[in-house]
Write a protein that binds this ligand. Structure first.
Ligand code: BJW
Ligand code: ZN
Length: 290
């Protein structure tokens, strides 16, 4: 990972220069993307929070509402924030988990699930932790930042999945019979404060990747391989400011892929995209995939 990390630091420096690009979504852009999709033998897609925005899930950098408006998400999504105030961070995730379970995948998620079966080789990489791609029918989603639907011990002794009946160890996940001292998954998710691990006594925490933490090695390796070996790369609904995920569109372009960005706003990657489509995921994706 360290060579990879140095590579992405170098890319951050390049990416700060943003050029002016056309501001409107045009039928010509959509036709171009339709043709690219139809002719590509391999497609890799990277999604970010914007893909879930039209399901009603606020993006990471949107203004937070209510009680949470007082806190910056960047300051809650760190191991230090959790250690400083475990109840606060636990409650933030509990509320976001409830929100995610209360919404449905949108037309953008569903269009990507349909695209999978139509391309020779297809990879879907997501930074989202909301599980909405899987609920829309996508298979083998590469989750770079984990899942809000799982909770684990800081030392990975145990993992609990929302909706699973019993506790599970890291080796034998949900479905195993809860041994003496194990916690019921439903009790873990209903708790107002983070419960303690029944094995080591440290806190349970959301199974997501916080700032300063390494991404799951298998996920980032699969994501880099899929980015460097595709003909067409779609970067959808991501601000491309959080690394190492943000290096993936650059890695694809460096390896010769055509890279298309779909986002209503300009991003640090826009200047490098071969085609930048200024529209929302739930409008553009069904229009170009169906
Ligand atoms: C629409 C739309 C619609 C709206 N349709 N679009 C300096 C240089 C390089 C790197 C670093 C650095 N300083 C620190 C770092 C490392 C750090 C980093 O990148 N920081 C940056 C902020 C600079 N990265 C890390 O720490 C990562 N780990 C790591 O590097 O390990 C190695 C290491 C270890 C120790 C020391 C140093 C290095 C870990 C990153 C983990 C990110 N985790 C989060 C939280 C996950 C859990 C949770 O959800 O709570 O992941 S942060 C947050 O950002 C979340 C997201 O997945 C991620 C990306 O955000 P995303 O998806 O792009 O969302 P937004 O909100 O930013 O953008 C939404 C976009 O959608 C916008 O563009 C809208 O316009 C658009 N949109 N509606 C389409 N309808
Ligand atoms: Zn433990």
């Amino acid at each position: 990972m360290s060579a990879l990390y140095h590579a992405y630091r170098a890319i951050v420096v390049q990416a700060v220069c943003v050029h002016t690009v056309p501001m409107k979504l045009t039928p010509h852009d959509l036709d171009q993307l339709r043709r690219l999709i139809a002719s590509a033998r391999s497609i890799t897609v990277l999604t970010g929070a914007g893909v879930s925005a039209e399901s009603g899930i606020p993006t990471f950098r949107d203004a937070q509402t209510g009680h949470w408006a007082r806190f910056r998400p960047e300051e809650l999504a760190t191991p230090e924030a959790f250690r400083r105030d475990p109840d606060l961070v636990w409650r933030w995730y509990a509320e976001r988990r409830r929100a995610v379970l209360g919404v449905e995948p949108n037309a953008g998620h569903r269009a990507l699930a349909r695209l999978h079966g139509r391309v020779g080789r297809f990879s879907l990489i997501t930074q989202n932790v909301d599980g909405l791609h899987a609920r829309a029918g996508s298979r083998e989603v590469i989750e770079l930042h984990g899942s809000i639907l799982r909770v684990r011990c800081f030392h990975s002794c145990v993992t609990y999945t929302a909706g699973a009946a019993t506790a599970g160890t890291a080796e034998a996940d949900a479905g195993a019979v809860a041994a003496a001292g194990e916690l019921e998954a439903s009790a873990v998710f209903a708790a107002d404060s983070p419960p303690r691990c029944p094995h080591c006594g440290d806190f349970l925490r959301p199974d997501v990747v916080w700032f300063g933490e390494n991404l799951p090695e298998a996920a980032i390796e699969a994501a880099v391989a899929a980015s460097e070996s595709c003909e067409l790369f779609l970067s959808i609904g991501t601000s491309t400011v959080v690394y190492p995920a943000a290096m993936l569109p650059h890695a694809a372009a460096d390896a010769g892929a055509t890279v298309v960005e779909i986002n209503p706003e300009e991003t640090p990657f826009t200047a490098r995209a071969h085609l930048s489509i200024r529209g929302t995921a739930a409008t553009v994706l069904p229009a170009v995939i169906d």
